[in-house]
Design a protein around this ligand. Structure first.
Ligand SMILES: C[S@@+](CC[C@H](N)C(=O)[O-])C[C@H]1O[C@@H](n2cnc3c(N)ncnc32)[C@H](O)[C@@H]1O
Length: 270
């Protein structure tokens, strides 16, 4: 499959409009390699047919399949470990209360949401957080295939080792070979659902903590601002937001106050 400059511009526009994802220049190879299988699945003779179908909106499922294929779902266990430490050592104790709601807003295949659950349960078991603490975690993502894996809590190959020590693999999972499955007790109180960050947050409820890491980098400054404003609206007073360690809050200090703990940052709602 080959694509020309006009087709690249059209697919880029569609991805930006529907998912906020900006491809930028020179990613033709990515489009070709990721969308070849989708084209075959929908029995489209060439890329132009696929683009016309996308632009006309029929079949409807095609847009979702294309977005799914074009998302980068890279993630791993306990990524940026200082965030999990700040969560249980500083943020949750400062919030107080016996119930917290946490949103993993670009959950991908689930490692982030499960790392949160494990960190909280370990801290409760160690007496660092109150025994009666109830933590509800919502994991959302635009990618249905990533969410299917998150819901299964089963990980094979690299995703079964990346970020985990052998001791953690043994403690939190069952199965030792190529594939491991998270123990059921770490899966309680976690729900996953498909959700586009460009859509309204009104039906999601309010949160005490939001993890939105390594996704806003793909968005335009205007979309990023809009999302940060809406995060501030759904965060409870004093609530905290974690961004990826290479992402910044530059220009949005009116919404969040930066708090530094060692090498980690959390943004508290003003
Ligand atoms: C690189 S992963 C980051 C996963 C995890 N937060 C982490 O830091 O390890 C980015 C995720 O954002 C999701 N994503 C991209 N655009 C999105 C959108 N508009 N709404 C919701 N999720 C989106 C992708 O499907 C992907 O799973």
């Amino acid at each position: 499959m080959r694509i020309n400059a006009d087709q690249y511009a059209r697919i880029s526009r569609l991805l930006e409009e529907r998912a906020g994802i900006r491809l930028g220049p020179g990613k033709e190879y990515l489009v070709v390699s990721r969308l070849g299988a989708v084209r075959r699945e929908y029995d489209m003779p060439d890329f132009e047919h696929m683009l016309r179908a996308l632009e006309s909106g029929t079949p409807r499922a095609l847009v979702a399949s294309v977005i799914d294929a074009m998302t980068t779902n890279e993630t791993f266990w306990f990524r940026d470990p200082t965030h999990y430490e700040i969560l249980v050592r500083d943020l949750l104790p400062a919030l107080g209360g016996d119930r917290v709601r946490i949103w993993s807003a670009a959950a991908s295949t689930g490692q982030e949401a499960y790392s949160i659950a494990i960190s909280i349960q370990d801290a409760v078991a160690a007496g660092r957080l109150p025994a009666g603490l109830s933590a509800e975690i919502l994991g959302t993502d635009i990618s249905p295939s990533a969410l299917r894996q998150a819901e299964s809590a089963r990980y094979c190959g690299m995703s079964a080792v990346r970020g985990l020590s052998p001791e953690q693999r043994q403690r939190y999972f069952v199965g030792k070979d190529d594939c491991i499955e998270l123990q059921p007790r770490y899966r309680r109180n976690i729900r996953f659902r498909e959700f586009n960050l460009l859509d309204s947050y009104a039906l999601l409820g309010r949160f005490d903590v939001i993890f939105c890491r390594n996704v806003l980098i793909y968005f335009s400054p205007e979309r990023k601002r809009d999302i940060l404003e809406r995060f501030a609206q759904v965060l409870n007073p004093g609530g905290g937001l974690f961004l990826g360690s290479t992402e910044s809050m530059n220009g949005h200090e009116d919404l969040f106050e930066m708090q530094r703990y060692g090498t980690g940052l959390v943004y508290r709602r003003r």
